[in-house]
Write a protein that binds this ligand. Structure first.
Ligand code: THG
Length: 264
């Protein structure tokens, strides 16, 4: 499973502060640390409380690329910020994200085609996040159809069923797992799948425990990638172990260490 390191996000005080003061140290330290822990991409999110998201995203892309060669996952609802970031990326990036809303899909899939980027498609519409798997899969189908219409390869699309905190939307959990299973049947090649893993435990006790259990259960349903805490060593070890028991990697005695160096 591809780990997209979640930590460079203005939701965290040290990153919000770094962006405000234009001091790259915290951003660059987290970039290096997440890469060393086995992240395959770095999520970059300027955070909620910022007026000039274009300038902030450009700065984040530049300072992150000085510290790490990992591909970037540009996380914003502001597509001008995404486009400004894409222009600066040294290698193909991931656009995070687009809902199944026509004018947004038009903008994002044309950007993806122009910049050879991958896309995270959210199983939500103007009406919000549906509860049942069937409606989530129907929205995923719209994303697949638009991806194809814009000539973006279907395996460059990551469907995100959208994970809600288990203390708020507990009944969504089984629907998310069922969505992950069904998305794989939508097209050939199938789209990939991704979740924002830490969402599941926001506001709960035992956060890391909940994240880890959710991760391995989702992997058994076909999860390909997670925006997650790459620095949770136990999470990485459990993901590596799930890959062994799901026969995705060949067993060797040092399978955890091997996984960390692979960025899969
Ligand atoms: N899907 C997609 N993108 C996403 C999400 C998703 N991007 C953002 C988010 N969800 C994934 N990233 C995070 C990052 C941090 C946390 C949760 C998800 C988190 N932060 C602490 C909190 O809220 O409690 C912050 C605590 C602190 O300030 O120190 O849990 O679902 N496509």
């Amino acid at each position: 499973m591809i780990i997209i390191g979640e930590r460079i996000n203005g939701m965290f005080n040290d990153i919000a502060h770094a962006i405000r003061e234009q001091k790259p140290a915290a951003v660059q330290e987290w970039a290096k640390k997440q890469e060393a822990m086995g992240a395959g991409y770095l999520d970059l999110n300027v955070g909620p409380a910022l007026s000039d998201r274009v300038t902030a995203m450009k700065w984040l892309v530049e300072v992150t690329q000085e510290a790490s060669d990992l591909p970037l996952c540009l996380d914003s609802t502001d597509y001008d910020a995404i486009e400004a970031g894409l222009k600066l990326c040294k290698q193909p990036a991931m656009i995070n994200s687009v809902p199944a809303v026509q004018e947004k899909m038009d903008r994002v899939f044309s950007l993806a085609s122009e910049y050879n980027a991958e896309v995270i498609g959210l199983a939500m519409s103007e009406e919000g996040i549906p509860k049942d798997a069937e409606s989530r899969v129907a929205l995923a189908m719209e994303l697949v159809a638009n991806c194809d219409a814009y000539g973006v390869p279907l395996d460059s699309l990551y469907i995100d069923p959208l994970v809600l905190p288990c203390n708020v939307g507990q009944d969504h959990g089984p629907e998310v797992f069922e969505t992950l299973r069904q998305v794989k049947l939508l097209s050939d090649p199938a789209p990939k799948t991704v979740v924002g893993l830490s969402n599941i435990s926001q506001g709960t006790e035992n956060r890391e425990l909940i994240n880890r259990v959710f991760a391995v259960m989702a992997m058994a349903c076909g999860l390909d990638a997670a925006i997650a805490d790459a620095c949770d060593e136990d999470l990485i070890a459990e993901v590596a172990t799930a890959r062994i028991v799901l026969n995705m990697d060949i067993y060797c005695d040092s399978f955890v260490e091997v996984f960390r160096t692979q960025n899969l």
